[in-house]
Design a protein around this ligand. Structure first.
Ligand code: BTN
Length: 243
């Protein structure tokens, strides 16, 4: 994979989207930045990361023959690949908080922002942005955040971790065409945070309710068993898992 390393950039995701527009990429490309001046998170949020201490990188992956309707498979692929890479580093108690936050216990250590590149209604590629907290120790005001070093006490080499994660991502993407959807879903769901446990959620109106996470649907919705024994599928904007 072509790897570009820079000291500072606005956002590695934005960089790759622009590069695709200019060069029509057809091979995987990664850009990793020591610092982002405008790192972007899910749903229009900002991704804040202490410069030089963490990994902030994006990978462009060409996509062949995956329908837009099946795009959640990409999310599942990336999240499970990262879990596998972090397991290799012996990071404890890993879980995926739907749809694709990576946690250790209840602490978020990694965020993923996947952006589709669509042309004439078909998916040509994806830009996968990954922010992994590695050696940062102070997360003032972010009680739910942690880092690898905070969890294990080990100081990590950022390049080494990047290499391990890129290898896993490539491996899992190679399998995307050959692995069956049920196998991928089974692996993803095996890491799902609070699966089969009664949990508290907040709905779009701000009201709390209790439910049990059952599974994910092919469109990437979260299927929750509600108190009246009825299953309901929620999308990201409709629900927030509190605990
Ligand atoms: C989230 O909100 O959890 C997703 C965060 C994704 C952050 C990464 S850092 C590298 C890449 N570039 C960006 O601007 N965002 C992603």
């Amino acid at each position: 994979m072509r790897i570009i390393k820079v000291d500072a950039i606005e956002s590695t995701n934005t960089f790759l989207r622009n590069l695709y527009r200019e060069e029509r990429l057809d091979m995987p490309v990664c850009i990793s930045a020591k610092e982002q001046t405008y790192g972007r998170g899910q749903m229009g949020t900002t991704w804040i990361s202490e410069g030089g201490k963490n990994l902030t990188f994006s990978v462009f992956m060409p996509i062949n023959g995956l329908a837009l309707a099946d795009q959640f498979q990409i999310s599942m692929t990336v999240a499970t690949a990262l879990i596998r890479g972090l397991q290799f580093l012996q990071i404890p108690r890993l879980a995926i908080k739907w749809p694709n936050d990576i946690l250790s216990d209840k602490y978020k250590i990694c965020g993923i922002l996947i952006e589709n590149i669509v042309k004439n209604g078909s998916l040509e590629g994806v830009v996968i942005g990954i922010g992994l907290n590695v050696n940062q120790l102070n997360f003032e005001g972010l009680e739910q955040a942690s880092s690898l070093k905070k969890l294990t006490g080990v100081h990590y080499d950022l390049d080494e971790i990047l290499g391990i994660l890129l290898q896993k991502i490539e491996e899992y993407f190679c399998q995307l065409a050959t692995r069956s959807y049920p196998t991928l879903k089974k692996e993803y769901e095996s890491y799902l945070f609070r699966k089969n446990k009664p949990s508290t959620f907040k709905n779009i109106e701000g009201d709390s309710f209790v439910g049990i996470i059952d599974s994910v649907t092919p469109e990437g919705k979260l299927r929750v068993l509600l108190e009246d024994e009825v299953f309901k599928d929620f999308d990201l904007k409709e629900i927030k898992l509190l605990y």
